[in-house]
Design a binder for this molecule. Structure first.
Ligand code: 0L1
Ligand code: MG
Length: 259
């Protein structure tokens, strides 16, 4: 059977619901280029919306050198966030619902104004931000061993599975997000650290990148949307009983336990 957008969506959703990873789609469908992969991603979102989920925002992936080097892919990408992916602060991550989840700390924006590319700069992007939050993203690739080419991971909605956003947002005014520090801990031991500069030099650059990339596809970032700006550090595996913490300089501390 030949591949097309519909078959790729069905394959990826099947892997997600059966918690089964699989091979790269590009191995069987070399014609899956980047524009087609974004069509798969959009069609996958439409299937989720048809099933009752709501679009609540956008994520950036592969915005930091740490993540790019691990995955061997240098291009940042965008993907969709739905309400079904959001976990309340303090809720455990149910590992039995996922394949091989990893977690990464992120600086998160909640938008106040609409943002429409092209031509968006970091400065104009930051003026549209209502509040800045500490966040975690749980990624769970539908590909074996997180092994994929860029079109595979774009089609797979950038490995998205769960996210957590701190409740107490901070005004972006007066914050220097390039200097915002984050200590990543596992069971109380610091295992990694970064500042916001790890994300494209400044998380506002990542937001501008998303606005411009979506603008090229005729999509605007809407007021109220959540924007995950990308992992500050490399992601670490979640395990049963493991507590992962992210302690930020000004955005507070988040803790998540795998259960
Ligand atoms: O949020 C991310 O940076 C994920 C991008 C996809 C690559 C991965 O699965 O780590
Ligand atoms: Mg991420």
């Amino acid at each position: 059977m030949s591949w097309d957008i519909d078959r790729a969506v069905t394959e990826l959703l099947d892997r997600e619901s059966t918690k089964t990873d699989g091979g790269r789609i590009t191995d069987e469908w070399p014609g899956l280029d980047l524009p087609t992969a974004y069509q798969v991603q959009d069609a996958l979102l439409r299937r989720k919306i048809d099933a009752g989920e709501q679009l609540v925002g956008v994520k950036l992936g592969l915005t930091s050198r740490a993540k790019q080097q691990r995955m061997g892919i240098e291009s940042p990408l965008t993907a969709w966030l739905t309400d079904a992916m959001e976990l309340p602060v303090g809720a455990p991550v149910r590992l039995d619902e996922l394949i091989h989840p990893r977690i990464e700390p992120e600086i998160v924006f909640v938008m106040g104004d609409r943002l429409a590319g092209p031509g968006v700069t970091a400065a104009t992007a930051m003026r549209a931000v209502r509040s800045v939050h500490a966040g975690f993203e749980v990624i769970d690739s539908r590909y074996r061993d997180f092994s994929f080419a860029l079109p595979d991971v774009v089609a797979d909605n950038a490995s998205s599975s769960r996210f957590v956003v701190s409740g107490d947002g901070v005004s972006p005014d007066g914050l220097d997000l390039a200097l915002e520090g984050c200590l990543l801990g596992i069971d109380g031991q610091v295992v990694d650290s970064a500042t916001g500069a790890a994300v494209q030099g400044h998380p506002g650059e990542a937001l501008a990148l998303a606005a411009n990339a979506l603008g090229a596809r005729g999509i605007e970032i809407e007021p109220g949307w959540v924007v995950l700006t990308g992992g500050l550090t490399d992601a670490v595996f979640l395990e049963p009983g493991r507590e992962v913490s992210a302690e930020f300089t000004n955005l507070g501390t988040l803790r998540v336990v795998g259960s």
